[in-house]
Design a protein around this ligand. Sequence first.
Ligand SMILES: NC(=O)c1ccc[n+]([C@@H]2O[C@H](COP(=O)([O-])OP(=O)(O)OC[C@H]3O[C@@H](n4cnc5c(N)ncnc54)[C@H](O)[C@@H]3O)[C@@H](O)[C@H]2O)c1
Length: 309
Amino acid sequence: MRSSKQQSSIQMNYIEFSPQDALRACGPVAQISETHLLHEEADGCETAMKGRPTVAVAQSRSRENGLSSTSPVVIVAGGSSGIGLACCRRFSAEGAKVISCDLRQPAADQRWGEWIELDVTDPDRWRTVVEGVSAMYGRLDALVNSAGVLFEGTVESTSLELWRRIMAVNLYGTFFGCQAVLPLMRQSGGGAIVNVSSVSGIKAEAELAAYDASKGAVRLLSKEVALFCARRGDPIRCNSVHPGVVDTPMLTGFFAEATLSSEQEWNRAQPIGRRIGPDEVANLIVWLCSPDASFLTGAEYVIDGGATA
Ligand SMILES: NC(=O)c1ccc[n+]([C@@H]2O[C@H](COP(=O)([O-])OP(=O)(O)OC[C@H]3O[C@@H](n4cnc5c(N)ncnc54)[C@H](O)[C@@H]3O)[C@@H](O)[C@H]2O)c1
């Protein structure tokens, strides 16, 4: 890592700063001590993680792009809740430096790594966050775009305001994130991006017009990023993940307001007979960022208990 003095060319609102200050300059940062890093047994996700190769094991096999650094640095957008939070926990367990970016802080007992306030719909803020990460760690190995919103609306009932809101977070936020991290990943010698789409990006529901459209676009945006990087010769991979019904606060909030969608029908649609746990999705995402997935790019990974089979 470069010293803080060597970072002075970075365009930030300060001149003299320590690496810790660099992230703080991005705004609110929740600093978590190393002792809070996850131990698998601490959060009940032991079962989901059993038998999976750890990133540390994977590192010894390959130095391909992704989490190939001995101390990988990872940004998780939408890291304060649900799937993003599970990713932060899992990456921390693997020894990664995790920067969780979200509109709101995670709960006090759910902090893995550092938290920075980020509205993913703001491209300038994205750039500031990446500059802070560059100043503090000098590298970036992985980005997970998990920030998202879910609201009901058919093609007729969806207002332009709602359409724009869903697109701004789910699609534009993902686009801004990918665009912001590419230079630092390139400078780091490579990296991996995982964009969290949905089965709604594969198969439509009549009641989710804007959400489906946003998630379908994320699917193809991910392929676009993958092809762009591959053709340039950048060792940066990009894939999309498409979960079915995952047990997160997003779903609780959605069904509290939904009038057209049936919670029972959604649950029944997954042949495996239950909702997916956020840790199960995080396992897939972390694996996609590992060197074990070194030839995987531009692909879509459905995790839906057989719903789209
Ligand atoms: N829960 C599911 O069943 C399910 C299924 C398929 C796909 N997904 C997708 O997975 C991703 C994560 O969803 P989840 O279920 O974990 O939801 P969640 O609500 O638990 O977490 C989403 C996080 O995104 C953050 N966020 C929202 N808008 C933001 C913004 N503008 N800037 C920064 N952060 C913002 C929220 O604060 C929250 O912490 C979303 O993209 C969602 O569409 C969820």
